[in-house]
Design a protein around this ligand. Structure first.
Ligand SMILES: NC(=O)c1ccc[n+]([C@@H]2O[C@H](COP(=O)([O-])OP(=O)(O)OC[C@H]3O[C@@H](n4cnc5c(N)ncnc54)[C@H](OP(=O)(O)O)[C@@H]3O)[C@@H](O)[C@H]2O)c1
Length: 386
C-alpha cells in the first residue's frame, strides 16, 4: 500500500493528469493491458522501402525495464537506410523483422521489478543510446543498445526498454513535439551546446533544412548566435528567414556556397558549422570558417572510393586551412541521457517549439516514408501512434 500511495503522490507532484483508476494500481494495470500489439517491420523487400504491419504478443518488462505505450514517433535520415535494409554503423541492418525508428514519445504502462525512477502513467521519451547516461562516449559499450539497429525501434504501439533510458516530458509539451528530441534535437544540442560551445554573438552555419539542422538553428538562436542557413530550395530558405535566419545561401544554385557565406559575413567566416552532410562538404565547411572555427561532423555521406585520398574526400586545402586558421573538426554522435535532459529543460524553459512539417497517423506510416523520401519537408516528420 505504501508503494502505491507514494507512486500516486509522485504523479500528483509531477502534475500528471489523473489516471483511470485501473491504471493507478500497477497490478490491475498489468491485467488491463492487451495481450497483443502491432508493429511495423522493415520487411523482405530489396527494391525500396515496403514496411509490413505485424501483430506480436505484448512484450513484458523484465527487471529494470518498463513497458511503454508509444504515442508518437518520427523519421530521421538514417531510418531511410535502415528501412532499405542497408547496413549502418555495425548494426545488422538486414533483419526483415526489425522494427524501425528511434524518435519516440511514450507513456509508461507497466514496470518490471526494481524500477524506481518512473511510475505508471508518466509521459517519457527514451534516449537514443540508453546505456549512455553521462560522461564521455564509449563506442564499445554504449552502442550495444541502438534502437532500430541492433534492437527493435519505435514504429510500434508498445515497446519494452531499460528504465534508465527514460527522460520525463514536461507537462506543457505535446507527445508530437517531444518525439522529435531523442535523435535530431539531441544531436543538434550536442553539436551546438556541448561540443560547439556556441557563445552569444558568434555566427553559426547549418547545412540544409533537415531535422538536425533546424534544431541546430533553434538551439544556436537560443544561445544568442547569428545563424546562416543553406538549402537547395529558395522556398525553404524563405521559411527559415521567417523563423529568424540571419542569412541564407542556396547551395544548389551556388555550389561554391562557402564563398557566399564569407561574403555575407563581411569576409570573416563563421565560428561553428554543423556539417550534417558529410565529408563531401568538409572542405567548403572549413573554408567558410573564421579563425578558430569549429566544424561539427554529423553527417556521414560516403567517401568516394579510388583516386588519391585527398581528392577523394575533396580536401585539397585541408591541412593548410586547418593549420593557418586554427580550426577544429569534431565528430558528434547523438548524445547522452544527461544531454537529453538538458535539451528538454531548455526547450521547455525557452518555449522552443520543434519545427514539425507534417504529422501522419500510424496507419499511414508508408505515406510518411514517401514524404520523407520526396525531400519536400523542412524540420521533422512525425507519426502519431496513439
Ligand atoms: N552523428 C549522429 O549521431 C547523427 C544523428 C542524427 C543524424 N545524423 C546525420 O545527419 C544528417 C541529417 O540528418 P537529418 O535526420 O536531419 O536529415 P533530414 O531531416 O533527412 O534532412 C536532410 C537535409 O539535408 C540537406 N542536404 C542534402 N544534401 C545537402 C548538401 N549537399 N548540402 C547541404 N544540405 C544538404 C537537405 O536540405 P534541403 O532540403 O534544405 O536542401 C535535406 O533536407 C544525416 O546524414 C544523418 O545520418 C547523424
Amino acid at each position: 500500500m505504501t508503494r502505491i500511495l507514494s507512486r500516486r503522490a509522485a504523479l500528483t507532484a509531477a502534475g500528471v493528469a489523473a489516471l483511470p483508476a485501473v491504471l493507478a494500481r500497477p497490478d490491475r494495470a498489468q491485467a488491463a493491458i492487451a495481450k497483443r500489439t502491432r508493429v511495423y517491420e522493415v520487411g523482405d523487400a530489396r527494391d525500396g522501402i515496403n514496411l509490413r504491419l505485424a501483430e506480436r504478443p505484448m512484450p513484458k518488462p523484465g527487471p529494470g525495464e518498463v513497458l511503454l505505450k508509444i504515442h508518437a514517433t518520427g523519421l530521421n535520415a538514417r531510418d531511410l537506410s535502415l528501412m532499405r535494409r542497408v547496413r549502418i554503423f555495425g548494426g545488422p541492418g538486414d533483419s526483415p523483422t526489425r522494427v524501425p525508428l528511434d524518435d519516440n514519445a511514450c507513456e509508461v504502462v507497466a514496470l518490471g521489478s526494481d524500477v524506481t525512477r518512473t511510475a505508471v502513467g508518466e509521459r517519457v521519451i527514451v534516449t537514443h543510446f540508453p546505456l549512455w547516461i553521462d560522461g564521455d562516449w564509449d563506442d564499445e559499450s554504449m552502442s550495444k543498445l541502438d534502437f532500430s539497429v541492433n534492437t527493435d525501434g519505435f514504429l510500434a504501439e508498445h515497446i519494452v526498454v531499460p528504465a534508465q533510458g527514460l527522460v520525463k516530458i514536461p507537462d506543457s509539451m505535446s507527445y508530437e513535439d517531444a518525439s522529435t528530441l531523442p535523435n535530431a534535437g539531441l544531436t543538434a544540442w550536442h553539436a551546438v551546446v556541448e561540443d560547439g560551445a556556441v557563445r552569444p554573438g558568434e555566427t553559426v552555419l547549418t547545412l540544409g533544412t533537415g531535422g538536425v539542422s533546424v534544431f541546430g538553428f533553434q538551439w544556436a538562436k537560443m544561445l544568442g548566435a547569428r545563424v546562416g542557413v543553406t538549402s537547395s530550395s529558395d522556398d525553404k530558405l524563405t521559411r527559415m528567414v521567417a523563423l529568424g535566419a540571419d542569412f541564407t545561401v542556396n547551395y544548389r544554385t551556388t555550389p561554391d556556397w562557402h564563398k557566399e557565406v564569407l561574403q555575407k559575413t563581411g569576409g570573416r567566416g563563421v565560428d561553428v558549422v554543423l556539417n550534417t552532410v558529410g565529408i563531401s562538404e568538409m572542405e567548403r565547411c572549413l573554408m567558410a570558417c573564421a579563425s578558430n572555427g569549429r566544424v561539427m561532423l554529423i553527417g556521414s555521406n560516403p567517401v568516394q572510393r579510388g583516386g588519391p585520398a585527398t581528392e577523394a574526400v575533396g580536401l585539397r586545402e585541408f591541412p593548410r586551412g586547418m593549420i593557418m586558421k586554427g580550426l577544429t573538426i569534431k565528430g558528434v554522435i547523438v548524445g547522452s541521457r544527461r544531454m537529453l535532459e538538458d535539451a528538454v529543460t531548455a526547450a521547455h524553459t525557452n518555449s522552443i517549439k520543434p519545427v514539425i512539417d507534417r504529422v501522419f497517423p500510424f496507419a499511414e506510416a508508408m505515406d510518411a516514408v514517401r514524404y520523407m523520401e520526396s525531400g519536400a519537408k523542412i524540420g521533422k516528420i512525425v507519426i502519431k501512434v496513439a
